[in-house]
Design a protein around this ligand. Structure first.
Ligand SMILES: [Zn+2]
Ligand SMILES: [Zn+2]
Length: 213
């Protein structure tokens, strides 16, 4: 694959600015996750019983592409992404295991302010069947690489959406609670994100002036 150093340098520089703010958002979402898991008497995501439930639903495979998981390329995946757009929580029914390739490809959907293909990030990621997006869609190309045949791919994605929905049905109560918090969270998270970026730019310019004077 060809790559352009200039593009890479530009994205790396702009990403550094938002990393800190995104980290704070994720910390807030993790704190809230802990509280509502306890309040609902739900199993912790770290418990043995939850691990068994994830295994029963998806076996030892990626919840999206169903390819076998390997030790060095497996990550904890949040179906509703834990970021300021999707506002997902680290709660049972929202956390499972995926391969790194799917996890990073899904970011394309997770980082969109507005989803186009479905109401949630995971459904959207599992809806790139090459029909509704433009030819340049990277997620459609991703699925096309895994399953070249169009009809087979469409059926596979529908089955995966159904498998995830079935898994989530075991955790309807806590997922509904998480969803109920989303509207009030959205405002708070946006505020936290802006405040963090403001703080970072002000402090950094002040320190920079002191160092260089
Ligand atoms: Zn995968
Ligand atoms: Zn697409």
């Amino acid at each position: 694959m060809s790559f352009r150093p200039a593009t890479l340098l530009r994205t790396a520089t702009s990403r550094a600015k938002s990393d800190v703010a995104n980290k704070l958002v994720s910390m807030l979402l993790h704190e809230i996750s802990r509280e509502i898991t306890e309040a609902h008497g739900a199993p912790a995501v770290t418990s043995e019983s939850y691990a068994s439930s994830v295994e029963r639903a998806f076996g030892n495979a990626c919840l999206y592409c169903a390819r076998p998981l390997e030790r060095n390329s497996t990550v904890v995946e949040h179906l509703d992404g834990m970021n300021r757009f999707r506002l997902g929580l680290h709660v049972p029914g929202n956390a499972a295991l995926a391969c790194k390739a799917c996890n990073s490809q899904k970011r394309g959907d997770d980082q969109r302010a507005e989803l186009i293909l479905a109401g949630t990030g995971w459904e959207s990621f599992l809806s790139h069947d090459g029909i509704r997006c433009g030819l340049s869609c990277k997620s459609c190309a991703y699925w096309r690489d895994i399953i070249p045949d169009a009809e087979e791919r469409r059926m596979f994605l529908a089955q995966r959406r159904e498998a995830v929905a079935r898994f989530r049905r075991h955790y309807l109560e806590i997922l509904a609670a998480a969803c109920g918090l989303r509207e009030s969270l959205r405002g708070q998270v946006t505020e936290l994100y802006r405040a963090c970026q403001d703080f970072a730019s002000k402090e950094i310019s002040a320190l920079k002036r002191r160092v260089l004077s």
